[in-house]
Write a protein that binds this ligand. Structure first.
Ligand SMILES: [Zn+2]
Length: 235
């Protein structure tokens, strides 16, 4: 039986190393508490994306460091990139537009891909497509703006995953109001500094997080800030 990860790790010792594949700072940790060990820590700079691998049985924690920042999330089956994390397949499986602790997030082939272990963030969005160049150009008249889709393309290029394989994202921490008449309103992100969601990988996955660069509507709040990704394994 799997060890239950009950609370966040709050004390660990770092052995800093530089990741060979990208420029982000990574730490390999030693831990700690509740039967887990921190094995990777990645800071996703505001407005950019980073990709990472999470093996089956490992845990992925996504943390909004300063609060008010949307984190678009993609995941792919590491062994078959055409199987992708899918918000529509998840929401019909859950019969809910919200995800809760214990829920399994489904792939495009309806297989459980990740499980929600902890979540102290106020909301997520499973409806809104990732921003792309056309979102800024067509809807706001702004050319050459950074976008989540271009960010993901950059981050996932080393894995051979291109734009043709992208589905819609899980928009972690995003707040979308849905009124009874069906009206959608993109609200300011409600997360506080340090809010997080913790997921268990149910498959070997390649994941990617984009700290969404949207600064032309309220979703990103007053500024675009960093997101942290931490990966743990049971010990
Ligand atoms: Zn975006």
């Amino acid at each position: 039986m799997k060890k239950k990860l009950k609370t966040r790790v709050n004390a660990y010792f770092y052995l800093p190393v530089i990741c060979k594949e990208c420029i982000h700072f990574q730490t390999l940790g030693i831990v700690m508490k509740e039967g887990t060990k921190l094995i990777s820590e990645i800071v996703v700079p505001g407005g950019h994306a980073r990709a990472f691998e999470v093996k089956k049985g490992q845990f992925l924690e996504v943390i909004d460091l300063e609060g008010g920042q949307v984190a678009d999330f993609f995941a792919f089956n590491q062994h078959d990139h055409k199987e992708r994390l899918s918000p529509p397949h998840t929401l019909i499986s859950l019969k809910s537009l919200a995800i809760r602790v214990g829920d399994e997030l489904r792939s495009s082939r309806r297989h459980p891909m990740l499980k929600v272990i902890e979540d102290i963030s106020p909301s997520h969005d499973l409806l809104i497509p990732a921003c792309d160049e056309q979102r800024y150009l067509v809807d706001y008249g702004v050319a050459n703006h950074r976008s989540c889709v271009a960010n993901f393309e950059e981050a996932l290029q080393p894995y051979g995953i291109g734009r043709d394989l992208f589905l819609e994202p899980f928009n972690l921490f995003q707040s979308t109001e849905i009124k009874p008449d069906g009206t959608l309103t993109q609200k300011p992100c409600l997360t506080k500094a340090g809010d997080y969601i913790l997921l268990e990988a149910l498959q070997d996955i390649i994941g990617a997080i984009s700290a969404c660069p949207m600064d032309l509507n309220p979703i990103g709040g007053s500024q675009i800030t960093d997101i942290k990704v931490q990966i743990y394994q049971s010990v």
